[in-house]
Design a protein around this ligand. Structure first.
Ligand code: ADP
Ligand code: MG
Length: 448
């Protein structure tokens, strides 16, 4: 059975079921038909013998019998015998029927020269004395002939039914399974690198229809995943190329001729800055890819958010001073949450870093932390350059930077990482911004 197609298997099952059904049905039909026909023959002979009895007259101890016309026509033969079993009246054919010993009131089947007959005997009484007896007999040949034709017709029809069933089965299963063939064909073509292909079968709410729909949806997901992957690789290489170019340019420049110590130092500083930047990009990229693969295992522990925020503030203080931005901190309580310390620190750094970078000289960054309805709420607010509303949905996308020409350095990974970190901790991130006035990021992290 293994090598057969589903279509053939279905058809074979179908045919087998039909053979089984007909195998049960035809004998059943034959048996009930023959029972019914023999039963009605018995009823008929009983009726005819009563009709015959009422047609008998006794005149001066003589039996007078005038057979009614309908009895003659009915095919029932009537015989009258005296008590000594001598035939008084009746057709003289069929000596075997005449010779059969009488048995009153019970219809019997007898075989007469190869064919079956039904006979019924009844005593003929006068003044409570049996004076003769009467026998009715009917040939059963018409009945057996009818049953024989029934069998013949059934046997003849059997292979025809079977053929129709097989042809119908092949047709219906072929139609039902043809979308599957299409799915297979499309899947093969897609194997050759064409992810834009779709089945686009008409929407039918059956098993195969759902399969086709699921298949198309899967292709949608695959296609966008591949696209994202390609985009990611190209963006990542692009982001890494800039610092590499800067580094090589400075190294090459330093190698030409003699330079003062001051000049070497400057070049080395640039190289250090750029390589740190690359280190940042690479480590953030690594985090993102691992989070994508679902491989990142959070190291959850009890952490004090107020301490982390304080530490980050201190670390960022130099950046803020360089940018001429004032950092203000409002933390009034000690807040303990269960979280991955490294990731949470990363998220806070990224937010404060943005608030400093996208600011103005003389601007400020306010950081506040407090508890709110089972959540720890961290707000990073600045009065910097802000964003136009249309851009806000994009800033969490990887490598997305508003207006790349802004002189500020960046990779566009920062916020996508922040968003992932917040989601991974079942938290919520919100952002509000007014162009040229400032931006406010708000993060809620569950305390338990
Ligand atoms: N506090 C902010 N004020 C104004 N714009 C911001 C702020 N934070 C983020 N942005 C915008 O969102 C973009 C994406 O931010 P991010 O993912 O951190 O990338 P990057 O900082 O490397 O440019 C930034 O390029 C910037 O245009
Ligand atoms: Mg950033």
């Amino acid at each position: 059975m293994k090598q057969l197609t589903i279509r053939t298997k279905l058809t074979l099952w179908y045919a087998a079921m039909l053979i089984l059904l007909l195998g049960i049905f035809i004998p059943y039909l034959y048996i009930s038909m023959s029972n019914m026909m023999y039963h009605s023959e018995e009823n008929l002979i009983k009726l005819h013998i009563t009709q015959a009895l009422s047609a008998v007259d006794i005149e001066n101890n003589h039996i007078v019998f005038v057979e009614p016309k309908e009895l003659i026509r009915s095919g029932t033969y009537i015989y009258i015998f005296d008590v000594k079993n001598r035939l008084i009246n009746g057709p003289d054919a069929n000596p075997e029927i005449i010779d059969t010993v009488p048995l009153y009131d019970k219809p019997r089947y007898v075989s007469v020269s190869g064919s079956k007959w039904l006979i019924l005997d009844q005593p003929l009484q006068n003044d409570n004395k049996t004076i003769a007896w009467i026998r009715a007999s009917r040939p059963l040949e018409p009945v057996s002939e009818a049953l024989h034709s029934l069998i013949m017709i059934s046997l003849f029809a059997f292979p025809i039914y079977l053929l129709i069933a097989i042809a119908g089965g092949l047709f219906i299963s072929g139609r039902a399974l043809s979308p599957i063939d299409k799915i297979t064909k499309t899947a093969r073509e897609i194997g050759q690198g064409n992810l834009a292909q779709r089945l686009n079968l008409p929407k039918v709410e059956d098993e195969v229809g759902r399969l086709a729909l699921t298949f198309d949806e899967m292709l949608d997901r695959l296609e966008s995943a591949f696209k994202r992957e390609r985009q990611f690789t190209s963006d990542a290489s692009h982001e890494l190329r800039t610092p590499i170019t800067v580094i090589s340019a400075h190294a090459e420049e330093s190698l030409i001729g003699q330079k003062s110590t001051q000049e070497y130092k400057e070049s080395l500083n640039v190289i250090l800055k750029e390589s740190r930047m690359m280190g940042q990009i690479v480590s953030q990229l690594l985090m993102l890819t691992r989070s994508d693969e679902g491989k990142y295992k959070l190291e959850i522990e009890d952490i004090y958010l107020n301490i982390i925020v304080n530490d980050v503030m201190q670390e960022m203080q130099k950046n803020a001073n360089d940018a001429g931005v004032e950092l203000k901190l409002t933390v009034n309580e000690s807040i303990k949450i269960k979280a991955d310390q490294m990731l949470i620190t990363r998220a806070i750094i990224n937010l404060i870093d943005n608030a400093i970078k996208y600011n103005k000289t003389g601007g400020w960054v306010k950081i506040s932390l407090y508890t709110n309805e089972g959540f720890a709420r961290l707000i990073v607010e600045d009065n910097g350059i802000g964003m136009i509303n249309d851009e806000i949905p994009n800033i969490f996308k990887r490598f997305y930077r508003i207006d790349k020409a802004r002189s500020v350095k960046g990779t566009g990974i920062g916020l996508s990482l922040v968003q992932w970190i917040v989601n991974a901790h079942k938290g919520i991130i919100r952002v509000e911004s007014v162009f040229n006035h400032g931006t406010k990021f708000e993060i809620d992290l569950p305390i338990e």
